[in-house]
Design a binder for this molecule. Sequence first.
Ligand code: URP
Ligand code: ZN
Ligand code: ZN
Length: 464
Amino acid sequence: MSTLAIKNATVVTATDTFKADLLIEGEKIQSIAECGDLKADKTIDADGCYVFPGGIDAHTHLDLPFMGTFSSDDFETGTLAALHGGTTSIIDFAFQTQGKSLQEGLRAWHEKARGRAAADYAFHMVVTDFNPGSREEIRGLVEKEGVTSFKTFMAYKGALMIDDRQMIGLMNEVKKWGGLVTVHAENGDLADSLIQANRQAGNTAPRFHALSRPEIVEAEATGRAIDIAYSGGHPLYVVHMTCEGALNRVRDALRRNQKVLVETCVQYLLLDDSVYDRPDFEGAKWVMSPPIRKKKDQEALWNGIDQGLVHVVATDHCPFCLSQKEAGRNDFSKIPNGAPGIENRMELMYSEGVVKGRISLNRFVELNCTAPAKIFGLSPDKGTIAVGSDADLVIFDPRVEHTLSAKTHHMRCDYSSYEGWKVQGRVRTVLLRGTVAIDQGRALVGKGFGRYLPRKPFSGAETI
Ligand code: URP
Ligand code: ZN
Ligand code: ZN
């Protein structure tokens, strides 16, 4: 088996930062040694750079049929963009079609990804129709398919939303087999009634998307999902949390010793609702659900990270090109919800988090790599740098400054959520299972290199 040495690295894990030489044999990290005269078939000098574990984006939507169109990145373009940005594994969402089985949904997503993905991938199963048939399928998904997390939507009324009764049934069933329920927490009825009121009043601009989904829409649903989970003694993972009100519901839950795991996304940490005041139709770029919040919510989320309330930073990457966003030019409720970001997460979190002193280097690794791997059953192969782990590594040069732009990004989307944003630090080289996947902006692997990752069940002890 061929060997590769990464020399003079400053290795960063969720707990430690140290200088070392790494020896990789085949797909695995073979040894971590003091810097010295390690010999290998090939050597990469990482002097002056950090070496992070490959990023794990626990929330992506590639090739998603949604709101009359498809998200514009498929598994090839989306995972290549992820690799460029230092993300080596993603967990995408396989959707059940209402009236059809979970297995059919899972098969459809395997077909989308197989032979196309360049990075490693796993699936959460989205349950849009919890009935006796889908109940029967849960065990097989956990035990045979390696799909150990299940997603419910409390919003998107008439499309993806399920009611509380179904959510209760799903939580009870998933718990039996060691899975984890995750929830998109927005009150779909409340959002829907505000949407209809705004449409009737002739309020058509993108900003009315945000005004139809105010903080209370999310806070109420977050509290309700948490209460339902509590009543059954279930753990709960809340996806893409955006606001202070929702975080406070988590605080309440912790006071009664409940286990609630929280994910936020980069855009909610860095952007505020002034994006919806941009002229013309520009605000449509940031039409997503939940919407971008206020500055005080950004502060609340950073504090939530600091206090250990927020466990994971993901992207909810769900890009649509401007021509697709045009569907809602005269009606904000028809703008496909979602935005690009899979490529930007690691660099933005380093630049805005570590460089600006909001999080430590180790917390950066924990939020973006280690915690998602542990929570979603990918550890210890993924999410850390340890002997025996997959050699998924990011050589990151903290000295390089660059500017984010749709002109230079690799996502199949004709705008950037962060156009013109100056970033300190750059992904230099990315290894996936010991193979150099990206070097200085050049992709050295292509479609089909990514592998499906069956995941382990949730034991309940996965928080860091
Ligand atoms: O607006 C969003 N977030 N689109 C993707 C689907 C979802 O709600 O996660
Ligand atoms: Zn969602
Ligand atoms: Zn999503």
